[in-house]
Write a new protein. Sequence first.
Length: 276
Amino acid sequence: MMELTLLGTGCPSVDSKRFGPANLISTKKTKILVDCGSGLTQRLHQAKVSSADIDALFLTHLHSDHVVDLYQLIISSWHSYRIKPWKVYGPKGTKIFVKKIMNAWKQERTQRIKYEARSSTKAFDIQIKEYKSEGIITINDIKVKYFEVDHKPVKYAYGFNFLHKNKKLTISGDTRPSENVMKYGQLADVLLHEVFIDGELKKTNKMRTAKTLHNVKAYHTPSSLVGKIAKLTRCKKLVLTHFVPTKFNERKLKKVVRNDFGKDPIIGRDLIKIKI
C-alpha cells in the first residue's frame, strides 16, 4: 500500500492552518518528500516522521514557497541523527541553488560540526540529480515518473507519477492546465492537483492590482477547469491542494468542481493521510 500525507497545502501567503507546499509519499519500505515549503519540518514532526528516515526529496520547481525550508530540512535531519546522504532530484538549476544555500550556512555549519562532535556528517552530503524533459527514477519499491508541466514564466516545472505495485498517484505540481497532467494522469488512483480559486482574491490598492490577479491566475489552474481536467484523466479521486488563496468558500469550491468532475473532490488539509 502507498500513502499520501499532505504536509502543506498552502501557497506563499502565510496561514497558520495551511503551511507551505509539501507532501510525503510512503510505503513500508520507502519515504519520499515532494517539495519543502515553509513549516515542513514541523509538519513532519506532527506526522511522526523523522527527517533522518527520508529516502529522497523531489522538487517540482524552484519557486521560494516550494524550497524555502530545504536547509532547515537538512540541518534538522543531522540533529535527528541522519546517517545517510540526501538524494535530491530537481529541475535544471537545482545544483547551483543547493550549492548557494550550503555556502550561505557554511561557517555556522562548520562551527556546529566541530563543537557538537556528532558521530556522522552524512546529512550534509547532498547528492543531486537534475531532471531531463521526462524520465523514470526508482526509489526502493516506488517508481517515479517525472514530466514537464506549464508554469511559465518559470522555465522548468514538473509533475510526477508515483507508481507502487498496481497503484498510481499523480501530482500536478504548479501548473496552468497541462496536457501532460492529462496524459500521464490517466486512470490515476489519486490525482493531487493545485488550484486557483476563482473570485476569492480581490484587488487591494497598489499591492494587488487587476494585472496581479490576472498574472497569478494565468500560471495556475483555476477552479473552473480543475474538475474538467480530473474528469479527462478518469482518475478515481481528486485531491485539491496549493490553494490560492488559502481562505475560501469550501462549499462553493466543492460544488463547482463536482459539477465538472462528477464526484466530490477532497479538499486537502495539512496532515491528512490518503491511502492509495
